[in-house]
Design a protein around this ligand. Structure first.
Ligand code: AMP
Ligand code: MG
Length: 497
């Protein structure tokens, strides 16, 4: 295929030693078709949108025709899955097609998920199905729209294959982008094999690509570890502040670029519950909402272990340094969490002393089973508004009356010191920190069902457009903002591989 002038591939990961990956070609699929394509993202990546949506572009996006500089590879990695170490996982159904420079000059991986078997497929078929591909597209793009670091979705492609799962399902490929696909598990792959030289090569690669600020530090690897700890503490506090539950925080699903990756059984909570779990295979609640910060610290500890040979020549000193840095996670996480949550309560500059106010609000939600997102969003209706002025329905009445009749409400108003002069400012803080919409699980499932089984793609496009305006002011009866009725609740999600 002719090398289109708009696609300039780089292959920086390819320049690493052969032990880092396997060269592999995407499999031929019977009949590829574009299901969704992300125009805005394609522009950011300097890709020619009008070309992408034509035959040649689709052939390129689906890996059916490789452009001149494309040297596709499947990446090697290991990982702790639900606490058990698997020394070799790797891209079993994914391929790194190449890297492109975005408009800001940053290198982004173009990565295909569901493009066929690789040497890492083990017993898997190398396929993905349309439902989970669209689910990842919807949720990752929403995360981006509310400024949570994430891999992005460039396109969803149908393959024309029938894929065998519990049912026969349509095959699909997700074209996703990331600032790099290096995971905690990538480091573990080499650490498990005592390949210290490769740990250094991998560290130098990712520092140059994603953590350049560490290059000027006295101890580059110490600074690198600290940057990783900071960015992951920040990421998890952001998840917590929107009620996001990742569902499968294995070390191979912790991306070191600080981006949320691998949207399998993830979901957003409706009624607040600290112990909420969605994943159908998470019997112990290991990856429940409240456990996410602890799990991340556990994953970071596994990461720090792999870096020990680089931190100091003396292993005891290395361990001490790593322990000290990991010891900072709790404080970093807490201050980021207070800042995010405090602003969701309308506080301009949240302080450590606001911790109780935040926790009391969460406890109020927990004991009254209040909807997480709406409870925060409705606070904006309580600033400068008297109860009678608020349009109510049975759905929101419970939230408003529970909040207004609580002790917490008085404490909140006292903390904000709401008056005529500052109410507009407070309102603004509330509205820019509380999205009016989240991709609720029952709506995601309905939209997917309509798009896949009923051939109604309009519902999907309408939902994607709404999610793309997360801070738009929405009235109470906007259907996307409504929690599920008891018979609509979808409390389990599946890895959907
Ligand atoms: P995940 O649960 O998607 O993070 O995947 C965990 C591991 O299983 C990774 O090594 C994947 O590449 C691999 N995997 C998941 N599904 C498949 C599949 N259908 N075929 C081959 N490998 C798979
Ligand atoms: Mg994964």
């Amino acid at each position: 295929m002719e090398n289109h002038s708009k696609v300039r591939f780089e292959n920086s990961y390819n320049s690493l030693p052969e032990t880092f990956f396997k060269r592999v070609k995407p499999e031929k699929m019977p009949n590829v078709g574009l299901f969704l394509v992300n125009q805005k993202l394609s522009e950011k990546l300097n890709l020619d949108y009008s070309w992408l949506i034509k035959r040649d572009g689709i052939q390129f996006l689906s890996g059916q025709n490789l452009i001149k500089d494309s040297k596709p590879i499947a990446l090697a990695y290991a990982g702790h899955q639900f606490g058990s170490f698997v020394p070799q996982l790797g891209d079993g159904r994914a391929i790194l097609l190449g890297e492109v420079k975005d408009k800001k000059g940053n290198l982004k991986d173009i990565h295909l998920k569901g493009s066929g078997k690789t040497p890492f497929s083990r017993s898997g078929d190398g396929r993905a199905t349309l439902g989970p591909v669209l689910r990842e597209y919807i949720i990752s793009e929403y995360m981006n729209s509310i400024n949570i670091p994430t891999t992005r979705s460039l396109a969803a492609i149908t393959t024309g294959e029938k894929v065998i799962r519990e049912k026969i399902l349509p095959g699909a490929i997700l074209v996703r982008t990331a600032s790099s696909h290096i995971r905690v598990g990538t480091f573990q792959y080499f650490a498990a094999r005592q390949m210290t030289k490769e740990i250094k090569i991998l560290s130098d690669y990712i520092i140059k690509r994603n953590f350049q600020s560490s290059l000027s530090s006295k101890n580059i690897y110490e600074s690198f570890l600290m940057e990783i700890i900071k960015s992951q503490a920040d990421l998890i506090s952001k998840w917590m502040s929107v009620g996001f539950i990742h569902g499968v925080m294995n070390t191979d699903n912790t991306c070191l670029s600080g981006e949320t990756i691998d949207y399998g059984p993830c979901a957003f909570m409706d009624a607040f519950d600290y112990n909420k779990v969605f994943s159908s295979i998470d019997y112990q609640g290991r990856y429940s909402y409240k456990n996410q910060p602890n799990v991340m610290l556990w994953n970071l500890t596994r990461f720090a272990e792999t870096l020990l040979p680089l931190l100091d020549k003396n292993i005891d000193k290395s361990i001490k340094k790593a322990e000290e840095m990991l010891g900072e996670f709790a404080t970093l996480y807490e201050s980021s969490w207070i800042s995010n949550m405090g602003r969701k309560l309308g506080i301009d500059t949240p302080k450590i002393t606001d911790k109780n106010l935040i926790e009391e609000f969460l406890n109020l939600m927990q004991s009254n089973e209040l909807d997480f997102n709406n409870s925060f969003y409705y606070l904006s209706f309580l600033v400068g508004n008297d109860k009678n002025e608020i349009e109510t329905s049975s759905n929101n009445q419970k939230i408003l009356s529970t909040i207004q009749s609580s002790d917490w409400y008085i404490k909140w108003k006292t903390r904000l010191n709401i008056n005529k002069k500052n109410s507009q400012k407070i309102l603004k803080i509330l509205l820019i920190n509380n999205p009016s919409i989240v991709p609720r699980n029952h709506i995601v499932e309905k939209v997917l069902n309509d798009a896949i089984n009923e051939n109604k793609k309009d519902t999907l496009n309408d939902f994607l457009n709404a999610l793309n305006e997360p801070y738009k002011i929405r009235i109470f009866d906007d259907p996307y903002t409504k929690p599920p009725l008891p018979n609509e609740e979808v409390n389990q999600t599946f890895c959907g591989t």
